[in-house]
Structures are given as C-alpha cells and as structure tokens.
Design a protein around this ligand. Structure first.
Ligand code: BGC
Length: 575
C-alpha cells in the first residue's frame, strides 16, 4: 500500500474525473428502439433530475443511445433561465450564454446501441430553475424515449438496490454504545506472540481478494466473521473493502489480483457477493462498518501528474475504474441499512497540503454525488489507514517558523486530529452532510518508547528544534512501510472528539506492510523498495531512507518482530 504523496501534486481537473457509471441498461429500453434496425442512424433519450437549494443545484443526467453505436458523443442543451454550470463531471463542459455543450471523455465516449451513461454538474441560478426542454446528442434531438419524449425528471436507476433487511434506523455514529467484534484469527496470533494485553481489541478484517470472501486457506470468510460477531454479542464489526482493479497504483507491495480493466469482475465477483452476504437479515442488528478502498482516490489526486505521476495511476484515472468501483461499492453497501461506509482519505502527510486538500475533498464530493443516494451514501471518512501519522503532535506547534522546516515542509498539519477536523469542514463545504464523522486508524501511530520526546525544544536551529519536538520518528512523513520505532497508538475508542466517530484499529497490528525483499507469491503482492531498509527513497518521500524494518514478510502476513516493537513502543503504554 502506498501511503504518501508530496504537496507537489497538481490539482485535478474536475472535468476529467471519471465519474461515469457506465451502467449498461440493456433491456431497459424497448427493442422497438434501435435494435435490429439496419438504418437506425441516431436517437437518444435523456433524463435530467436536480437537487436544488436557494441559489444552486446539482443535476444528474442519464444519457441512453437509441441509435447506432457511438464512439464519442456531444450533448447539448439550452438552459431555460440564468443557470450557470460551475463544475461538471464525466464530460468536458463549456457554456456560452444559455447554451451548454458537454463532450465525452476517453473512457465514456463509446456507447453501444441502447447503452447508457451518466454525467452531472453543479450550477448556480437565481429566480426559477426550470429544466431544459430539449437535448441533442451529436446534433440529433433526443425524443425517442420509449415512454414519451423529451427530458423527464425521473432519474434513471443505475443499480438494483440490495435487500436492505430491517436493520433499524441508521445510527449517526455506529461505534457508539456497544462493543466491537474481536477477530479471533488476529487475536489468537496476538496472544500467541506475547500480546494478550491487547488481544481483546476490535480490529478490521481485510477482504483483500475475492477468495477472502469465503476464507483463504481454510480461514474464516465474511459469513464466518459476521456469525462470530453475532455470537460475541458485538454491536459493530469492521471490514476493509480492498480489491479495486489496478489496486495500489503508486506502490507495489499490495498490487492486487485485478488488472486495471477488471471492473466487471470487481462488481460481480467481489462487491456483489459481499453485499449479498451483508444484507442477510440474520445480521440486521449488527452495525457493519466498511472502510472503502484505501489509497485509491487519494492516488488520483496526487499521482496522476507532475513528477509524482505513475503510469498505473494515470491509467486508473483515464479509465475511471477507481471512481466507478468506489461508486459501485457505495451504491451496493449504502443500500443495506445496517452497513456504514467510510471512504479512505489518506493522511495529513499526503492530502494535508493545500494543493491536495481542496482537490481531494472535491473529488470525494463528485464521486459521492454520482451515486444513487448522492452524498448520503457516505457515513464518513477514515484517515491514516495502515499509516503511522500521530493522532496529535503534543510539542510541535504549526507556525511560520516550523512550517519552513524540512520536516513540516509548509504543511498546515502535522497530525491527524488537526488534519481530520479541517478536512471534515472542507468536505461539508463541498456538500457532505454535517453528520459525517472521521475515523483515525490508531493501530500503529503511538510513537512511544524511549525515543519519544517529552517536551518542547529550545534549539535555535529550526530543523533541530522540530526534529527534537516531533513524536513521529520517521525519516520522512512519506515513509509508509513497517516503520522502525513505531508503536501501538490509542486503543479503539468511540466518539473520541467532536466530528470524530472513532479511533479504530484498521490495520491489524503485527501484519506486515510489505516484504523487505522480493518474495514469490500468488497473492498479487509485488516488492516495493520502500519496504527495504537499505533503500534511499524516491520523489514520493523526497529521497529519504525508507525507515522500514528488516526481514519483513509479504504484506498482510504476520511480522513478529514488528509486533514486539509495537508493544514495546505503544503510546499510551500497554500495561
Ligand atoms: C495487504 C493485505 C492485508 C492488509 C492488512 C495490506 O497491505 O495488502 O493483504 O490484508 O494489509 O494487513
């Protein structure tokens, strides 16, 4: 898993964000229209629906091609009033007076006969906000709807809702008021390796490949975990949804099993079975917390242009499969009333810089607005997943002097509490409800032990001062693999602070982030030099040492030396 990206990331152009749900609604449209007609040259249907407030609105557009196959499309309409597009997705938007033109992108231009795609935009207006009365695709007026003609205000359904069960009202904070599921597979390992004192803590279960749904190598699958959670009388259980096509596009240690174009397999072989199991009514009283696809959307913010770009991240931006996959997961999981969705939002040393924070929040908002339930499909955001950024830096102030230090490097945030609070505000400004809550993964961000600073420094050199004050002992905040000196962080806690739903142990302590040398395997795990202690770094950690511990096994495998170190350097200490 990659965990960092520097501030030099270039703001993403929103018109290129892949938000299209290329939902093939074959069968929705009558065979009377298009199919089988040798000369069915052109034809289209457009649906247009809005969510509006006093001076602005979000529009969702469904476009169905009723003519011959298209390799690209241009959609046009005239606004009825003074509406002005401020931001659009799944197309390149331009507006001249009342006239709007949207051109398809590389990944959503191809539309077979009867195929549909979706797009949308945010706009301002004053007075009335009547819908446009006519749309054109590639110059042809869209009037070929099976049910009538012209635009309608009925949104096109893009997913089949999962049986929601009867999980009762959806709680604001699913962590509150009950105990978390303790995964016996992790707990047994912890107990057998000297960790009895913490072995009763709830940790997340990573569904890191299709086979994990049924259990790998005779281990527990999703059903077995949910049954065990019910048997434990747990009120919540946590799962990491982690199998996107082209996974971990800026690192190698957790490249997954699905190639960049395998979105179909992700949907039908991964998300669908997970949703089907989670929607079983026997789990209706359990709050099922899902952490959605660590690293994926943050990588689209920082690793698609400039000197931090990777070819694989550019591919995933261009083909839209991270966005489509996350939207599909949100649609399926949010539809189950006792399932809770938290999107991964990097950490302060990744998205904290201004040039990344704003674009990241916008990307998340755009992705969420493209789901069936819009921003309401998201319960919150998880930060610091499997990373080492401290919850608080007690002795390191953020001011004009410290910001100029090599360590802080102009970031406004040096810890997850301040970053999480600011990021949450930005997300709310971008349209998320104020009910969203942040979760911090505190499994390995304690930084206790003998080397933990105990107070402010009076050194006159700013770098000496900052280095003496920071509890985060990494060589660089971009280091993410098996960090030497790290310790367990705060034990899982519900509602630790305003705006924060929980401190949770998302990465099970003791599991490796990646092998320190190449190990052949059939898990799709590569060798990332950031896990090699002798590696001198790259542009993403500003050419610093990797900070990794030696002799690490493959990511996800038990790493005993690391587990002992985490216990040793726990903060608060393990009693
Ligand atoms: C690995 C997964 C593992 C998870 C939790 C990830 O980095 O790729 O295989 O389940 O960490 O340890």
């Amino acid at each position: 898993m990659l965990r960092f990206n520097p501030r030099r990331g270039v703001a993403l152009r929103m018109d290129r964000v892949g938000v299209a749900i290329a939902a093939l609604l074959l069968g929705l449209v009558s065979v009377l229209f298009g199919m089988g007609r040798a000369h069915a040259a052109a034809g289209c249907k457009v649906t247009y629906s809005v969510n509006q407030w006093s001076n602005g609105f979000t529009a969702n557009i469904g476009l169905t091609n009723l003519g011959d196959s298209l390799s690209s499309w241009t959609l046009e309409w005239d606004f009825a009033g003074n509406q002005q597009v401020t931001q659009g997705w799944s197309g390149t938007y331009s507006q001249s007076g009342k006239h709007v033109t949207v051109k398809s992108l590389s990944y959503n231009g191809s539309l077979a006969t009867n195929a549909s795609t979706s797009l949308g935009f945010n706009a301002s207006y004053s007075g009335t906000n009547d819908a446009p009365t006519s749309f054109k695709v590639n110059g042809t007026t869209c009037n070929g709807t099976p049910g009538g003609g012209g635009p309608t205000d009925t949104p096109t359904p893009t997913v089949t809702p999962t049986d929601p069960g009867s999980g009762g009202p959806h709680a604001d904070n699913p962590f509150s008021g009950g105990k978390g599921y303790v995964n016996s597979e992790w707990s047994d390992q912890a107990k057998n390796d000297g960790g009895s004192a913490i072995a009763n803590q709830p940790t997340a279960v990573w569904l890191d490949r299709i086979a994990a749904i049924n259990g790998v190598n005779g281990g527990m699958g999703l059903k077995a975990h949910l049954d065990a959670a019910v048997a434990q009388g747990a009120s919540y259980a946590q799962f990491v949804i982690y199998d996107l096509p082209g996974r971990d596009c800026a690192a190698l240690a957790s490249n997954g099993e699905l190639g960049p174009t395998d979105i179909g397999r992700y949907q039908t072989e991964y998300i669908d079975p997970i949703a089907s199991i989670m929607s079983d009514s026997k789990y209706k009283n359990l709050k099922i917390i899902t952490y959605i696809e660590p690293d994926s959307l943050p990588n689209l913010v920082t690793n698609v242009s400039g000197n931090t770009a990777t070819t694989q991240c550019q591919t995933m931006q261009q083909n839209g499969n991270y966005v489509k996959g996350v939207q599909y997961a949100l649609n399926k999981l949010h539809a189950i009333s006792n399932v809770y969705t938290y999107i991964d939002a990097g950490h302060h040393g990744w998205l904290g810089w201004d040039s990344n924070l704003g674009p990241a929040a916008q990307l998340f908002a755009t992705v969420a607005k493209g789901t069936t339930a819009g921003v309401n499909s998201v319960d919150g955001f998880v930060i610091n997943t499997a990373n080492y950024s401290p919850t608080t830096e007690p002795y390191l102030p953020v001011n004009s002097q410290t910001r100029a230090s090599t360590w802080v490097d102009w970031n406004y945030y040096v810890d997850e509490s301040s970053f999480g609070a600011a990021f949450r505000q930005q997300l709310i400004s971008d349209g998320f409800p104020s009910s969203i809550g942040m979760v911090i993964d505190t499994s390995r961000n304690g930084w206790g032990g003998a080397n933990r600073p105990t107070g402010p420094s009076t050194a006159s050199d700013i770098n000496t001062q900052v280095n003496a004050e920071r509890v985060d002992r990494r060589p660089h905040v971009g280091d993410w693999c098996n960090q030497a000196g790290s310790g367990l962080g705060a034990r899982p806690t519900a509602a630790p602070a305003s705006g924060f739903d929980a401190y949770a142990w998302v990465k099970p302590p003791g599991e490796s982030d990646g092998a320190s040398s190449s190990i052949p395997n059939d898990e799709g795990k590569g060798f990332d030099q950031m896990c090699d202690p002798s590696y001198g770094g790259n542009v993403r950690n500003n050419n610093n040492p990797s900070g990794a511990m030696p002799n690490a096994p493959l990511s996800g495998h038990w790493f005993s030396a690391m587990f002992h170190q985490l216990l040793q350097n726990a903060y608060p200490p393990v009693q």
